[in-house]
Design a protein around this ligand. Structure first.
Ligand code: ZN
Length: 205
């Protein structure tokens, strides 16, 4: 469904510039720290093929940790749509806060509209906003659900994330292909058994 504004005084969209407060990135300091790390790991940062590595690594992490703000305009639910809105298989990349290694997968984000609705693309933008941080999958799942609950005041919210953590698949227990599934449900999707089942059935196994 699309969130088309309709006529009438209540149809005025509510613009909301979304962005997360966070520390500022000091790129030169990050470059020096990456060079220190490489030397501490026994690598010769004086050799030509590593000359530009600290700069590249610092820039890559800065990008992965800087959320892009977006316009999360919501609209009055003029048509009274009251069934589940589900965006499935939203691609997701985040950084594990324990190892600074990526975890990647998909998010399924759903809500049961109340008075307001939001454009479907915004469900992906919200997911990305919270993913661009040092995260654990459980908290990321809850942050997306909490944001929807606060900004949309829907009757229900459901978020499922399935992701593979490189810190599990390339080191440690080395379980490639193993995916972790987390979920957060709120409101009707949490409290009413039939709604909860409908959501998890729609998400799939
Ligand atoms: Zn980890």
């Amino acid at each position: 469904m699309t969130a088309a504004p309709l006529a009438g005084p209540s149809a005025v969209p509510t613009p909301l510039r979304v962005g997360r407060a966070g520390g500022t990135v000091d790129l030169p300091a990050a470059e020096r720290a990456v060079a220190d790390l490489l030397r501490a790991l026994g690598k010769d940062t004086g050799c030509p093929h590593l000359a530009d590595t600290p700069r590249r690594v610092a820039a890559a992490y800065a990008e992965l940790l800087t959320p892009r703000g977006f316009d999360a305009t919501t609209f009055p639910n003029e048509s009274g749509y009251d069934e589940l809105v589900l965006a499935r298989d939203i691609p997701l990349t985040s950084l594990c806060e324990h190892h600074l290694l990526p975890f990647r997968g998909v998010a399924h984000v759903a809500y049961l509209p109340g008075e307001r609705i939001v454009g479907l693309s915004k469900l992906a933008r919200v997911t990305e906003m919270f993913a661009r941080d040092l995260q654990v999958q459980e908290r990321l799942t809850m942050e997306i659900a909490d944001w929807l609950e606060v900004e949309l005041a829907p009757r229900g919210v459901g978020v499922v994330i399935e992701a593979e953590h490189l810190c599990m698949s390339i080191r440690g227990v080395q379980a490639p292909g193993s995916r972790t599934r987390t979920s957060a449900v709120r409101g009707v999707l949490r409290d009413r058994r039939s709604a909860r089942r409908e959501f998890f059935d729609a998400v799939g196994p």
